[in-house]
Design a protein around this ligand. Sequence first.
Ligand code: ADP
Ligand code: MG
Length: 720
Amino acid sequence: MRREALKTVLSRKNKFSYKGDVSFTKLYNSNVFDDLAMRDFLSKEAYESVSKSVKEGQTINRKMAEHVASGMKQWALSKGASHYTHWFQPLTGSTAEKHDSFWEPSNGKAVEKFSANALVQQEPDASSLPNGGLRNTFEARGYTAWDPSSPAFIHENTTGRTLCIPTVFVSYNGEALDYKAPLLKSISLIDKATTDICKYFLKKVTSCSVSLGIEQEYFLVDEAMFNARPDLVMCGRTLLGHAPAKGQQMDDHYFGAIPDRVFNYMFELEIEAAKLGIPLKTRHNEVAPGQYECAPMFEDVNLAVDHNQLLMDIMDQVACKHHFKVLLHEKPFAGINGSGKHNNWSLLTNTGVNLLSPGNDPNSNLLFLTIFINTIKALHDNADIIRASIASASNDHRLGANEAPPAIISAFIGSKLTDVLNAFLEDGKASDKDDKKSINIDQIPEILRDNTDRNRTSPFAFTGNKFELRAVGSSTNSAQPMTALNSAVANQLIIFKTAVDKAIAQGTDQKAAIVKELKDVLRSAQNVLFEGNNYSEEWAKEAEKRGLGNVKNTAEALRAYIGKQAIETFVNNGIFTKEELHARFEIMLEEYIKKIQIEGRVLGDLVYTYIIPPSIEYLSTLALNVKALKDAGLPVGETQSDLIKQISAHIDAAKSKTDKMVDARKKANNDTDTEKMAIAYHYTVKETFDDIRYHVDKLEQLVDDKIWELPKYRELLFTK
Ligand code: ADP
Ligand code: MG
């Protein structure tokens, strides 16, 4: 397999010849039922009804829905679509769709139909999707319901086109079975909470939204190489493989010239993204060999999340054409950087003010500080929930390793803002360490304008006019951490406003009340601020002293989802019911178990059938050789007997440790409690993987390269 794969890769001529239109301004949104298309295909009334629903959350009545369906169908048919589907995001992490044709037989002919019923609500028999006990199988109904705030789009495959309608996915009783429904609830919550705060400062603000820009990191490997690695095929990551002589130590990949074959891929991806309205703006090589990044312009959070999910789908699709495979796993290769998704998050008013960007007068600076400090407090109080919201078997490999933030949740704000906050606490007495000048909140805009502070090790970094949640996994559906962050910040803003209003009611002046409350909030949240190196051992120790959480594995991190703070943040604010939280907790634990179980099985298969056979083969070659030398009365050098000993020892160790891992799996499966089983899988199964791998990787270095079957790291990462 390995030799053939190598040959295939080397024989690939660059077959890329993109003949389509490359005018991005023309292509942008061409496959989206966007504002322009709606104006063209909808009656004025229907158009206004959808617009109102998007802008003001008003429901679209049945009659209007009928009009919209009819216009949407005309548009989709004009684009060559033959089928339609509700497009949703179940708790599997991927997107789901079930296609129906527009056409139906009628009196011996075919007619195209698409009614309001088909648009607004459907009942896919999606009984096999995870529900954590919310749906009994005898009543396994799940409904998808149209989300007009995310526009419908056409998904193109080589041979056909499908109209996709973004929807939420809920159970018969209305419980959320997806990522979108809670996200939408958290958006309403934070809209209201932020708008209420704005009323102190900006009278004209009537609504607020969350802006999100998701930087997406990924690896590309050749398809032939990928297919020759069962671990990549089954688990999305390499379970074995010795580090190549050259990894990322030369820093020669990061921001380097993009290899032609990769460039062609990126270009076509950008074209496909533009058609779907995904505003990809940035592309570059990332730190690890074979690793890249793309980033769109920020958008409204609901759309940004949908676009990111869609992007992950089309990344795969376009890669196929270029004989690449995209790896979205957080840690596909040991020893080099993993991939994340940096979620750049901010709050915007309907009047166009970025609330994490200070203005030009004391009033807007105080508004900035209000949002800024309360966001820090929200992180402080909800750190465990945020940690749980990004927890997965694959992200466990990344958090705390090579260029990835640790599992300790903290915020970085930069030295200047640290000075500002200190000055704020001490009424302007603190001074700027660099130039000894006293700085106060009026100077925030100037400070931020030339803010060059960056801390790539922080999980939650303030970067001038937004916070960047850097700990999100590359394969994660961002809706989950964004729901957590939105709800946490909204909850804190509500608490803050209640306190301020109380003080005002007792006769305190509004500004004084806000300043006093902000100081209290800041003092109680300061523990979560950290400016230093998040990768260092000292930080882990310091964080422990501060009482910050540092749960390194998913099995134990998930409990926060059903803890006291989760009830306050989620349940009391109507984002999740208790039952929904428990269901999610259960689903995520099960997913964790299954992932480790699959990895354990694949690792076992590889050791027994890919690693030991060639190792034994080489061993017997050596043994025969030694025997032949002895028979001929020739001296046997130390090298050969030494090799025999080493290989033999590593084979034995790999085999016996794998046997033990298989036993541990069987034992863990006996746990009837899901959480206990997940913890057992973590400590008794997963924790043995590296130990097994150690011996296998030694064998890779000792056994004749000619008979080694698995493509090696140097080939996966460098051969193009
Ligand atoms: P940086 O290099 O500082 O991280 P970039 O300008 O490259 O910043 O932006 C990274 C991501 O942050 C992009 O997706 C960008 O659109 C997004 N972004 C910029 N401003 C905002 C904002 N106000 N709210 C949300 N995301 C933003
Ligand atoms: Mg960035």
